[in-house]
Design a protein around this ligand. Structure first.
Ligand code: FDA
Length: 399
């Protein structure tokens, strides 16, 4: 069948952040675009993002803020659609926003505003949106793609897979993007849960989990895989939960954690907690130790930490040992809370098989992958949406 007989120039699978952005950018370029979504509405994940306020970008976005088997892959797309471009779009729609911390931009009122922006742009670009339609698979023959759906087959000259990763199946996540990739001979980097709470082993749960809700500033790092490489580290809040650890610092480090490996937390970043005991004529006893640590950690957390670590050795070397332990609290998580609680999926479509400028498959011309389905995963803080927007625009410019 000749390509001209296609019903659409492009069918985009998945109306999340990446799919909607790609749809209207391609529509603006005169393409006949169909956007398919199996939920009953578009942009569901955007609505719950950023605690309902959508952290839609990060001012400090750099390629170093992303995990990927190929750290260079994201550079081109990120350079061509920047946080400033996203801010300009948000400004055009009169959406007010603020910087919360560390360059993270959130809507002042509601994430609904970002979904409304995307819907309006799609409308203006004459994108046809069909919700409650499940994509079942894609085949290609004679330069024509056929998308099998729950409401029958549809044809297009190009297909963009924007079906996201596996995180939060309750919000509509499926593995269809990976299935489509595999069916065209693509390789996957094993998907795993990222930005996800960590689960303690039973002995650590017994030690800590009655302190649920307590939090403290800390630095988290993984063990270095190679002595020459600096392992990534993050400095943010650590939160004890009823199953293990959460809070921004635990979520950030979870994306780098490999099952069975150790994590290290500095519970007193930049401060020598027990220095007051080393001063001339200072008291050196349990009460002084508790007072010193309670200046840094919530009282119950300080007390528990000392119960587990203090030995009653108040010599200089005994205190130095305790100080070192506080700056290097080491444990091996039993696991994570998995895709049900993960904000993102680490891994996905192997970037070596995609063109970094256009997101087009190197195996099958006309087939594109954008957003979270690709093996590019951002840190917490608006980076994942910035990747969704940037990869979407890169593909749209090539469609
Ligand atoms: P996304 O998952 O958004 O969209 C994929 C779409 O495909 C979905 O609408 C899905 O229903 C649809 N789909 C799947 N299978 C289908 C099928 N078979 N047929 C048809 N449609 C199908 N990031 C950030 O930068 N700032 C933030 O504030 C947050 N906050 C946040 C909170 C929570 C709770 C989560 C879970 C995640 C975040 N994130 C985030 C991450 C961010 O939401 C995520 O990286 C992007 O939504 C990815 O965009 P995509 O368009 O690639 O996938």
């Amino acid at each position: 069948m000749p390509a001209a007989s296609a019903q659409y120039d492009v069918i985009i699978l998945g109306a999340g952040a990446a799919g909607m952005m790609c749809a209207f950018e391609a529509g603006k370029r005169g393409r006949r675009v169909l956007l398919l979504e199996h939920s009953d509405r578009v942009g569901r994940k955007i609505l719950i993002s950023g605690g309902g306020r959508c952290n839609f970008t990060n001012l400090h976005t750099r390629p170093e803020n992303f995990l990927s088997s190929n750290p260079h892959f994201a550079k081109s797309a990120l350079a061509r659609f920047t946080p400033a471009d996203m801010i300009a779009l948000v400004d055009r729609h009169g959406i007010r926003y603020h910087e919360k911390t560390l360059g993270q931009l959130f809507c002042d009122d509601s994430a609904q505003r970002i979904v409304a922006l995307l819907k309006r742009e799609c409308e203006e670009a004459r994108v046809e949106i069909r919700t409650s339609v499940s994509v079942l698979g894609v085949t290609a023959a004679n330069s024509l793609f056929t998308v099998a759906t729950s409401t029958g087959p549809l044809t297009a000259n190009s297909v963009v897979v924007a079906t996201g990763g596996l995180s939060i199946p309750k919000m509509g996540a499926t593995g269809i993007g990976y299935d489509i990739a595999r069916s065209f001979g693509h390789t996957l980097i094993e998907p795993r849960a990222g930005l996800v709470p960590l689960v303690f082993a039973p002995e650590d749960r017994d030690r800590w989990c009655d302190l649920t809700g307590l939090s403290t500033e800390s630095i988290a790092r993984t063990e270095s895989a190679s002595p020459r490489k600096n392992p990534p580290s993050f400095r943010e809040k650590l939160l004890i939960t009823h199953r293990g650890l959460s809070g921004p610092v635990a979520l950030q480090i979870s994306s780098y954690w490999q099952a069975g490996k150790t994590l290290r937390f500095d519970l007193s970043p930049g401060v020598d907690a027990f220095a007051p005991l080393l001063r001339k004529n200072a008291r050196r006893d349990d009460a002084a130790l508790i007072d010193a640590l309670r200046c840094l950690l919530p009282a119950r957390m300080a007390d528990r930490w000392l119960t587990l670590h203090a030995t009653g050795d108040y010599t200089n070397s005994g205190l130095a040992r305790l100080e070192a332990q506080l700056h290097d609290w080491t444990f091996t998580p039993a696991g994570t809370e998995g895709f049900a609680k993960a904000e993102v999926t680490v891994g996905g479509l192997d970037t070596r098989e995609l063109d970094a400028r256009t997101m087009e498959s190197r195996r099958v011309g006309g087939l594109y992958f954008i957003g979270e389905v690709i093996d590019v995963t951002g840190w917490l803080g608006g980076y994942n949406f910035q990747w969704a927007w940037a990869s979407a625009v890169a593909a749209a410019q090539a469609l």
